[in-house]
Each structure stands twice: as C-alpha cells, then as structure tokens.
Design a protein around this ligand. Sequence first.
Ligand code: UD1
Length: 315
Amino acid sequence: MSYPIVTGGAGFIGSAIVRALLAQGAERVSVVDNLLSGKTENLAEIADRVDLHRVDIRDYNAIAPLLAGAPVVFHLAAIPSVPRSITDPVPSHQSNIDGTFNVMRAAQEGGVGRVIFASSSSAYGDTEVLPKVETMLPNPKSPYALQKVAGEYYGSVFHSCYGLETVSLRYFNVYGPRQDPSSPYSGVLSIFMTKLLERTPPTIFGDGEQSRDFTYVEDVAGLCIKAWKAPASVVSGKVYNAGNGGRFTLNEIWRTLCKIEGVDIKPLYGPERAGDVKHSQADTTAAVRDLGHAPQISFEEGLRRTLEWYRASLR
Ligand code: UD1
C-alpha cells in the first residue's frame, strides 16, 4: 500500500499539506525530510499517521525506493531562502536543482501518479507589470529564483518527454502558524510577529514600501491538493500562481500588527537586501479556472490567527 508523499513534510508548509491530506481522508502520509530545517514537532499531533523517512533528496538511491508507486509526491524539500542562496549558493543549488531532478527522476522511474512542485513567485523578479501572470517570461534575480524556475522547466520536460504528470505552483510569500522565526533567513511575518510580542522594533530592509502577496499556509495546502486532483489533460506540465491576489507593504503590515496589539513601536530601517524584489502580487485567474483555487482566509484574519499561535508558543 502506497500513500501520498510530502518531501519537506516536516517543514512549515509541508506539514500543513500533510495535515490537509489527513483531514481530507488520506489514511497515512509519508514524509521525506532531512530535518535540517524541518522539525518533528511540526508533525507531533499527527505522528501516529505519518511515516517519517529521514533522508536527503540529494541522495537518489535513498529516495527512489521510497517514492516508487506513490499516488502523488508533493515536492517541497528545498533550502528555501533568497538571501541564503546568494551568501551560500552551493548547498542551495544542490538541494534545489539536483535534489529536484532526483525527485522527478525517481517519480518517473517509480511510476508516481503526479508530482506537485513547490515553486516560487521569485521566478518573476522585478517586472513593471502587476499582478504577475504566468504568461510573463521568468526573470530570476537570485540563485534561489533561478533554481525554482529550473525545477518548473524540469517538471514540464518530465511531462513532455516521459509522460510524468507534474504541476508547478508558484507560492507567493506563505505565512502562518509554525513558520520558524529564529533565523536571519526567516520569513518576514514570522520575524514581525515575534518582535511585536517581545515589544521590540523589527528592522525593515529598504524603505518598507516593498509589497508582497502574503498567502495563508492553509490556503496554499488546499491548493496543492486541488492541483493533485485537477484533470491531467488541463494541468499537467503547467505552472500556476499560488497567491491571494492582494498585496500589502511592510510598513502597512507593521502598522496593522501594532494596531491589533494596541502598541506603537517604530520600526528600524536598514539597507535594502540583495536580490530583493520590489513588488509581488499574483494574478490568480488561471489557478481559479483550472484548479478551483478559492482562498478562505483574509489577510487580517490570517494575521490574527498567526499572532495567536506565536503568542501561545512563546508562553
Ligand atoms: C521570496 C519569494 C517567495 C519565496 C521566499 C522563500 C518573492 C517576491 N518572494 O520571499 O515566493 O517563497 O522567497 O524564502 O521573491 N524583510 C525585512 N526585514 C526582515 C526580513 C525581511 O524587511 O527582518 C523584507 C525583505 O527584505 C523582503 C520582504 O521583507 O523585502 C520579504 O522577505 P522574506 O519574507 O524573506 O521573503 P521574500 O524574499 O520576499
């Protein structure tokens, strides 16, 4: 008996997909994770229904037998950071390109039903036009962005050359409970939340007028499962935006968070970060049409839920 597989399933987004699969009726889920950034705590309350394999996607021989025969592989295992890919490009290249190739190859050779690849909105880079639509040419500004674009192209080539069903989803700045705030490479909202609860100012890189289409983690997890179920003739080999379609600046968000907490803390400002994109916003037309994308959580609601989670976890 073979179960859905989530590579990177002990991570922030991966574990949300595991929970969503179980909630939607999967009997068990297999997780492939090297636990470098993933954590077993992320799977704690569902551990009895998860088979955790502590292996690295850079090791083809280790992952191939695990993937063989799976109905679906959600491929999230990666070193997921724009700035880290600039300061330390070798591991990032090895996990995000070589590792992704290994997953696609193992999936194809092992007869996997479909691969859903976690790509990134960073693929678009800086374009004048907003919102960003899948028909735009990719314009990666960092090794990370380029690696995600390469993964998408591998997805479409494994589809066209070998008939493997693949769908790539470009995640737009995912946030929510369980996002690790502890590294300098952590997602900005996880950093903002913990600073707010500690009553210390965050450092905003640049003028704070950069904007992002922040997407709640459960909405992304739901979309991933829809991408598995959508008809192959429509979606296979394709790339879709996985965003909300809105956008908020960092200055606005910090102000909103302060308002929710009833505090007034002025942020610090530092130099703009290398490889940073100015504005990011998804055109969701194709995802709505082909995948039935229907995000449920408004930004304010997502901020509140996430803040409550950090408050509880800091206690
Ligand atoms: C990018 C991708 C996203 C991808 C993610 C992986 C874009 C538009 N988005 O996110 O799809 O999944 O990488 O890591 O390319 N910032 C601060 N202070 C901080 C931390 C961050 O001001 O303490 C700023 C950054 O400079 C940036 C914004 O907040 O302008 C968002 O940063 P971050 O959360 O790291 O994500 P992106 O790099 O935008």
